[in-house]
Design a protein around this ligand. Structure first.
Ligand SMILES: Nc1ncnc2c1ncn2[C@@H]1O[C@H](COP(=O)(O)OP(=O)(O)OP(=O)(O)O)[C@@H](O)[C@H]1O
Length: 249
């Protein structure tokens, strides 16, 4: 069980996240959605203890989450990663194993097998010797997914993993999300797009500074909630998009 209570973040006196509270059981794929600047990245970073919080506690299995970071795999937005850093695909994924072996110990055979398996699962084994800067956006996202897998975490935090990726990568990502869910992991996935991929999620957290709604997608994606999060303009636009109407009650 993951519990978030009254989580708030201020950036230089400006509220980015206000009293967010929710609980999540294991084995769920959870979408964190909301408009640009809603505080999705801020919430993920605050949960992980990567930024200072104004208030709140985050617990996993009854203990503070930030003291259990080895159980958390975090994939930041692609724009936050230095893709010019000279590292191969293999090296980046192997970095996940240092959490288990420490920086100064040589990698074990077991770690190499785990990294190889992760690279095969995301279809990046053939490109393992490539520099990360030479990959497409979708391939780069798969490398970081492999790194998260190699960490053998209990909880996974993905910040905008679907932004600017190809269909093949999207299919691989959701396939692996399903496998992780079946293994009882908790997955939090932020996205500011909420088209056809929403049906993949077991629960949604709809955010705009505050948590506007959370629960089953069909309960969260009501016209009232969407208007509340995104403002009036979006309503009329979406009512004319039949593919999206399934989420309106
Ligand atoms: N380091 C920072 N210093 C000051 N303000 C920040 C900082 N990081 C984020 N903000 C502000 O906090 C608010 C929430 O930003 P955040 O990046 O968490 O939103 P988001 O929902 O992830 O947006 P996006 O979908 O665009 O990534 C925004 O108004 C943003 O400008």
């Amino acid at each position: 069980m993951l519990e978030v209570k009254n989580l708030s973040v201020n950036y230089r006196g400006v509220n980015a996240l206000i009293n967010v509270s929710f609980c999540l059981a294991s084995g769920l794929l959870v979408g964190v959605i909301g408009p640009n600047g809603a505080g999705k990245s801020t919430m993920i970073k605050a949960m992980l203890g990567l930024i200072p919080t104004a208030s709140g506690i985050v617990k996993f299995r009854g203990q503070m989450l930030k003291q259990q970071r080895r159980y958390c795999a975090y994939v930041p937005q692609r724009s936050q990663i230095d893709w010019d850093y000279p590292a191969t695909v293999w090296t980046v994924v192997m970095m996940a194993r240092t959490i288990h072996t420490g920086w100064f110990r040589s990698t074990s055979r077991q770690s190499e097998e785990i990294v190889a398996d992760a690279l095969r699962r995301v279809g990046m084994w053939e490109l393992r010797h490539r520099q990360i800067g030479e990959l497409s956006g979708g391939q780069q996202q798969r490398v970081f997914l492999a790194r998260a897998l190699a960490q053998e975490a209990e909880m996974f935090f993905f910040d905008e993993p679907l932004a600017g990726i190809d269909k093949k990568t999207e299919a691989i990502i959701f396939d692996i999300f399903s496998q992780l869910k079946a293994e009882g992991k908790i997955l939090l996935v932020s996205s500011h797009e909420w088209g056809k991929s929403l049906h993949h999620y077991d629960r949604l957290l709809l955010l705009n500074q505050k948590l506007i709604a959370h629960g089953f997608p069909e309960d969260v994606m009501t016209i009232e909630n969407i208007q509340h999060a995104y403002g009036q303009g979006l309503k009329s636009q979406l009512l004319h998009e039949p593919g999206e109407a399934m989420y309106f009650c």
